[in-house]
Design a protein around this ligand. Structure first.
Ligand SMILES: Nc1nc(=O)c2c([nH]1)NC[C@@H]1CN(c3ccc(C(=O)N[C@@H](CCC(=O)O)C(=O)O)cc3)CN21
Ligand SMILES: CC(C)C(=O)C(=O)O
Length: 274
């Protein structure tokens, strides 16, 4: 009898990179082991996004998210999955200072969580860091357009590229990170013709969120597309009504507790018969 167990291989970075111009790449954010296990049945990669600070922890932006929180949720998602590539976001303040700061924290994220790649925000200004990490064994997913960690500079979460004269800079950002070795680029919150131009300008996949179907793949915050959050950005399509389903179940539970309809005999332990 063979003692070898069948190993389920995770999707790899080169496999994602090779999907440029092919079948759209499917991805979602994931913050917990159980939802990640469901999502990986249908997704090519899962992102432990720093949006978790807002979605799970009630923060007003992603600026306050600590590295430890990213590591904690990264571990949960890696433990809960077998097949999907897992990317963990580098939080604000953990990588911008220097390439060596970025390497130290990215290596910590990878060692602690066993994820396959990290994501960081920024275009041309982060190209040197993207190259530094990639050359040292850390795959990097870049993130351009609307970069939420810069909310205090932008004065909110503002759609980018509404003025045509700004397109050049976004396209240069995409080229800079792709040439520096990023294996994919998240393009967030940009007008459709710009998303199209960015996708055509680089030879690695673009992963769109609020960036139209021109991109090589799509990502959404899982809670948004499930219909768990009341307010969602315009670019979200709600594919479910999970918030309503949770409320219905909790209301029924409360009613059953108050009327003593729950627990029922099936939910109660019995004494051993002598
Ligand atoms: N739940 C959730 N979903 C997300 O997609 C998400 C987060 N949180 N947190 C981190 C960032 C922030 N994101 C956001 C948040 C708000 C808008 C927003 O208010 N957009 C306006 C457009 C404003 C404009 O046109 O300038 C909208 O009406 O959709 C966009 C992206 C995307 N990310
Ligand atoms: C919205 C996605 C792309 C993200 O960066 C996040 O979840 O933090």
């Amino acid at each position: 009898m063979s003692t070898q167990t069948e190993t389920i291989r995770r999707v790899t970075v080169p496999q994602i990179r090779a999907r440029k111009g092919g079948e759209p790449i499917v991805s979602l954010t994931a913050y917990h082991a159980h939802t990640a296990a469901i999502a990986e049945k249908y997704c090519d990669f899962l992102l432990v996004g720093d949006s978790l600070g807002m979605v799970m922890h009630g923060m007003e932006s992603t600026v306050g998210v600590p590295l430890e929180l990213m590591i904690m949720h990264g571990k949960a998602v890696v433990r809960g999955t077998k097949r999907a590539l897992v990317v963990v976001d580098m939080p604000f303040g953990s990588y911008e200072e220097s390439p060596s700061q970025a390497f130290r924290n990215a290596a910590l994220i990878m060692k602690e969580t066993q994820c396959q790649a990290v994501k960081l925000e920024g275009g041309a200004r982060m190209a040197e860091t993207v190259r530094f990490l990639t050359e040292r064994g850390i795959p990097v997913m870049a993130h351009i357009g609307l970069t939420p960690q810069s909310t205090n500079i932008m004065g909110g979460f503002k759609t980018q590229g509404r003025e045509e004269d700004s397109w050049y800079f976004h396209i240069e950002d995409a080229k800079a990170v792709a040439e520096a070795g990023a294996f994919a680029v998240v393009v967030e919150g940009v007008v459709e013709p710009l998303a199209d131009k960015i996708t055509q300008a680089i030879d690695v996949p673009t992963i769109g969120i609020g960036a139209s179907k021109s991109c090589d793949g799509q990502i959404l915050v899982m809670e948004d597309m499930l219909g768990l959050n009341d307010w969602v950005p315009k670019f979200v399509k709600k594919f479910g009504a999970v918030g309503a389903a949770i409320e219905e179940a909790i209301a029924e539970y409360a009613e059953d507790v108050r009327s003593r309809a729950f627990p029922t005999p099936e939910n109660v332990y019995s004494v051993n018969k002598k």
